[in-house]
Design a protein around this ligand. Structure first.
Ligand code: PMP
Length: 418
């Protein structure tokens, strides 16, 4: 078995028939060395300062400043003095950890307060919320316990990796991104074949930055007697008149069977949540292995309580975020760069070829701009892109600097699509 290093991605080394773990690791190590020698390694860079729009990273023992587009801290709340103070207060009161899982001593009053506050934020009841230690686990754990071998999960092609993991032990079908005709076809075919049919979509898609057709999907799911799960990790704080996310403007919060999300992006912390009807929520609290056997979010989660309040108390962060998104996207498009169909704070610049994308990632970095190069399997093999997340912490000068670097790259490498 030989893998072509010129076109390979990390995923290609996941399993190689006939290679044991040591041989696979050896081979992968060789691949990483090749990538490093080409300067294609802007992954796992060592951040030495935090999540702000300007941050420091340490590359080959050189600590330098960069304009950053790699954080999903969309409203900049990780840096907000009131959020930081709340986290500190939580630690002062309770210490640094909870030391136990929720069933056996790790369920604290502030967990109950977070359940209340996030429920209230979405107009739901507190007994409908289940907390997890990450957004990833919220998806994977929920799906893993709800979906058994008699059931089928029907996934939009663009859903997050955590959803795929949660569906590893159930039947699974994917439909082309946002293609409702294809979804309806699958629902029709499966209607009488499987016990539970669960459709899973994202509110905002993490690599494309576009939104799901949630309202139409919701209607379709009802028509075929199926369930719907929407993961709005990237929509909350960004979309919706009052920052409730991709489901707000169509008032879908009480129409969707499962809403999942994370505290790690707009809420600037750690942890995930699932909102379902109170009986299913209760089932998850006592049946989900990851909920039962894993420790609860630490006292620094006090910051979440303040972050949720700030979405209403300081709506100007959402306004500033949108000023930045519109300014930056227009700037990129004026250069002729293809930003796809994004309508959120995630802005991809489509490149196509993976090696070209890595070269561009490296040049951006050399010029003080830190971005995410995205490759297969997060996107299709010939659809590599530089992905950037805009936040309310960016200033015009950061965006202008980045646009200038893209302009120079475009002059040399001709990446404009128009
Ligand atoms: N869902 C989506 C759509 C995501 O993009 C992510 C994070 N990349 C997650 C879930 C997982 O969230 P967390 O990082 O809090 O585990």
């Amino acid at each position: 078995m030989s893998i072509d290093f010129a076109t390979a991605t990390f995923k290609d080394f996941e399993n190689i028939p006939d290679y044991d773990i040591a041989q696979r690791a050896d081979y992968f190590y060789e691949f990483l060395d090749t990538m490093k020698s080409r300067g294609h390694m802007n992954y796992r860079l060592k951040n030495t300062s935090g999540t702000d729009a300007i941050l420091n990273i340490d590359i080959a023992d050189q600590n330098k400043q960069y304009v950053s587009f790699v954080t999903s801290d969309y409203l900049g709340l990780t840096q907000h003095p009131k959020v930081k103070q709340a986290a500190i207060d939580g630690i002062e009161k309770y210490g640094t950890g909870t030391g136990a899982s929720p069933l056996i001593g790790g369920y604290f009053d502030y967990h109950s307060d977070i359940e209340k506050k996030i429920a209230n934020f979405f107009g739901r009841n507190e007994d409908e919320v289940v907390l997890f230690t990450s957004g990833y686990t919220a998806n994977s754990a929920t799906l893993q316990i709800l979906m058994q071998k008699e059931d089928i999960a029907i996934l939009d092609m663009g859903v997050h990796a955590s959803v795929h993991e949660g569906c590893a032990f159930t039947n699974k079908k994917t439909f082309p991104h946002n293609n409702l005709e294809a979804l309806e076809h699958i629902l029709k075919v499966c209607e009488n074949t499987y016990r539970t049919k669960l459709v899973i979509v994202d509110g905002v898609y993490s690599q494309e930055g576009d939104v799901s057709r949630a309202k139409e999907i919701c209607d379709l799911v009802k028509k075929y007697n199926a369930y719907l799960l929407v993961d709005d990790a990237h929509g909350v704080g960004v979309l919706g008149e009052t920052g409730r996310g991709a489901l707000e403007d169509d008032a879908l919060f009480d129409k969707i069977d499962f809403i999942t999300g994370t505290f790690s992006k707009t809420f600037g912390n750690l942890g995930g949540y699932v909102i379902a009807n109170k009986k299913i929520a209760s089932f998850l609290k006592f049946q989900s292995r990851q909920h039962i056997f894993s420790v609860t979010p630490p006292p620094s989660s006090f910051g979440i309580l303040k972050a949720i309040d700030l979405i209403d108390e300081e709506p100007f962060w959402q306004q500033k975020l949108w000023d930045n998104i519109n300014y930056f996207k227009k700037g990129l498009n004026d250069l002729g760069l293809d930003t796809g169909i994004t309508c959120s704070a995630i802005i991809p610049v489509k490149i196509g070829d993976q090696n070209k994308m890595w070269d561009i990632g490296r040049i951006l970095l050399e010029n003080g701009v830190y971005t995410n190069p995205i490759m297969y399997p997060a996107v299709a093999r010939k659809d590599a892109r530089i992905r950037m997340s805009v936040t309310a912490r960016h200033e015009k000068e950061h965006l202008d600097k980045t646009l200038n670097v893209f302009d120079d790259i475009n002059k040399k490498m001709h990446i404009a699509k128009k």
